[in-house]
Design a binder for this molecule. Structure first.
Ligand SMILES: [Zn+2]
Length: 279
């Protein structure tokens, strides 16, 4: 008897920058490869208001595979004014928007001054809270200030995911105490940069963990051969699943089921009966 081909595990990529120009030439093929790899759904990250509109337009073109976030990344915080609140509120009300963000603090590069970052983050926390939307958060080298702002918005923090978590066990404890979920990227596949993260990964409670590529960034080091221009894409999410499962001492199948259920619950997604598409 010839066995049926193994069906790939069903995964959800909770953070992919698919509106990025590096996907302009072959976006349809990228989405087809994602589906073939078992990535049933992807959340397209919005990082400015204009970019969020692009993410929403993309989700509208591929409603069975994509949803969007709407928000302003800390790199662009200086450009977000109080007068933009109405526009951001309108974006958050769009049915294709699954979460507010990405927003947060990034003191690693300080592309916007820290004071602007804190102001823009506080503004977005308040708007997300008023809209009752889940939050897609970014934090780098700003743990203490990030925690302080979230503690001032406990309702928002209770339904938030810290994407691309790279911290160690202590930062993880702080995040978990606030109720945050944790997004793990291909950083976990980097045995040199990911030392802290590798200590934290086994301690993330199963019901708080989600997976993401952060494509086109953070190509997992384990991908061989390296794709042209080292561009990351959602079809590589299974490599992140495999490595995360290995570090947690779980089977990939168990972790896939857990993380997909978490993403559906967190973002309010429903998958089709064949688990191949969003409905
Ligand atoms: Zn980010």
């Amino acid at each position: 008897m010839v066995g049926a081909p193994l069906r790939p595990l069903t995964l959800i990529d909770i953070g992919a920058n698919l509106a990025h120009a590096s996907f302009d030439a072959d976006r349809d093929a990228v989405l087809a490869r994602a589906r073939a790899a078992g990535v049933a759904a992807m959340v397209v990250t919005g990082s400015t208001l204009d970019d969020s509109e692009k993410a929403i337009a993309l989700a509208r073109r591929f409603p069975d595979q994509l949803r969007a976030t709407a928000g302003v990344h800390p790199h662009h915080a200086a450009g977000l004014q109080d007068s933009d609140s109405g526009r951001l509120s309108d974006l958050l009300a769009d049915p294709m928007v699954a979460a507010a963000g990405e927003c947060g603090l990034d003191y690693f590069r300080n592309l916007s001054p820290p004071a602007d970052q804190r102001r823009a983050f506080g503004l977005q926390l308040g708007i997300a809270e008023r809209h009752g939307r889940p939050l897609f958060l970014h934090q780098r080298d700003a743990h203490a200030d990030f925690m302080a702002l979230l503690r001032a918005h406990p309702a928002a923090a209770s339904r938030a995911v810290l994407h691309c978590f790279t911290g160690g066990p202590q930062e993880l404890e702080d995040c978990l105490a606030l109720g945050l979920s944790i997004g793990v990227t291909g950083w976990v596949c980097d045995e040199r940069r990911g030392q802290d993260l590798r200590k934290a990964v086994p301690r993330i409670p199963g019901e708080r963990l989600m997976l993401e590529t952060d494509a086109p960034y953070l190509l997992p080091r384990s991908i061989q051969p390296k794709p042209a221009h080292r561009r990351n894409e959602p079809a590589f999410l299974p490599a992140i699943l495999e490595e995360t499962a290995r570090q947690r001492g779980q089977s990939a199948a168990t972790l896939a089921a857990e993380t997909t259920a978490n993403a559906c619950r967190f973002f309010g997604f429903t998958l089709s009966n064949d688990a191949n598409a969003l409905i």
